[in-house]
Write a protein that binds this ligand. Structure first.
Ligand SMILES: NC(=O)CC(=O)C(=O)O
Length: 272
């Protein structure tokens, strides 16, 4: 009987083979920052942290989710910036100078009575575009916080050739202890790539208390760097040869059953 096992058909369109980036071994900085109600102070604080991480050799620096504003539905509209109106109207964007702006694709609406109720959909609009950016240090997939729960997005980034997925994120005291590390390791192991997360530092007096624990996970699920909940600048090394090694050790890509299930990248399909 003819085999219906076509692993190359497990991704539609097929996976992209990315050329090696100019730099394949480098230091990453994860800046777990305290965020206050003072926006100007937050911007200065973030700038100083980026500079410190760069001084320590980081070629890529990750800031927390919502690093310029308290994490609350009351604050989001007040601290929001009109990026299209130029740098005067968007000081946070100006500080980052030439950023690829990325919006959370999946909005965080949670209701665990007595523990946590939060509805980002009250004030935020979901992003529409999965985003990868090509940099000197490789192709990077971007997800924001809640996006880490959606394996399909990470699979899609892996199929687009991402070597690293960065998730700025502010998990909370209910889900953080159980899910934060688990999700990071899962995304890394399932896709055999690096996962970096960066949280705000914990402020126990805030309305929304962040879990902290910014982390770098390697393609075998190994934790390469992590921290507790206080402010910290983590510097750790990424070496893309580890991705190749792990994909050779465990060739999941070649073992996928395209005849039984498929990942469809709707955006790529539409543009081809
Ligand atoms: N804050 C988030 O967006 C997500 C989160 O805390 C969770 O998924 O749990």
């Amino acid at each position: 009987m003819a085999s219906s096992f076509y692993p190359e058909k497990a991704r539609v369109p097929p996976a992209v083979q990315t050329p090696a980036p100019p730099i394949t071994k480098f230091k990453i900085g994860l800046c777990q920052l305290k965020v206050s109600a003072d926006k100007e102070k937050n911007i200065l604080h973030a700038r100083t942290a980026v500079e410190k991480a760069a001084e320590k050799g980081a070629k890529l620096v990750v800031l927390p989710e919502i690093w310029n504003s308290p994490y609350s539905n009351d604050s989001f509209p007040v601290y929001a910036e009109d990026i299209d109106a130029g740098f005067d109207a968007s000081p946070s964007t100006a500080m980052l100078s030439d950023p690829n702006i990325n919006w959370e694709i999946h909005l965080f609406d949670i209701d665990i009575p007595g523990k946590i109720t939060f509805k980002e959909s009250m004030t935020l609009t979901a992003g529409e575009t999965p985003t990868t950016v090509d940099t000197e240090v490789g192709r990077i997939g971007i997800g924001i916080c809640y996006d880490i729960r959606f394996q399909e997005l990470a699979m899609l980034y892996a199929a687009r050739g991402a070597q690293l997925i960065c998730y700025p994120g502010a998990f909370n005291m209910t889900t953080g202890p159980l899910h934060w590390e688990l999700l990071q390791k899962s995304r890394a192991v399932d896709n055999q790539l690096y996962v970096a997360t960066c949280s705000p530092a914990r402020d126990a007096a805030a309305g929304y208390v962040a879990w902290g624990h910014s982390t770098l996970v390697g393609p075998f699920g190994e934790i390469l760097a992590t921290t507790e909940h206080d402010e910290a600048i983590l510097i750790s090394e990424i070496d893309y040869s580890q991705i190749e090694l792990r994909r050779t050790n465990l060739p999941l890509e070649k073992q996928r059953r395209g005849d039984l299930y498929q990942l469809v990248d709707v955006q790529r399909l539409d543009s081809e």
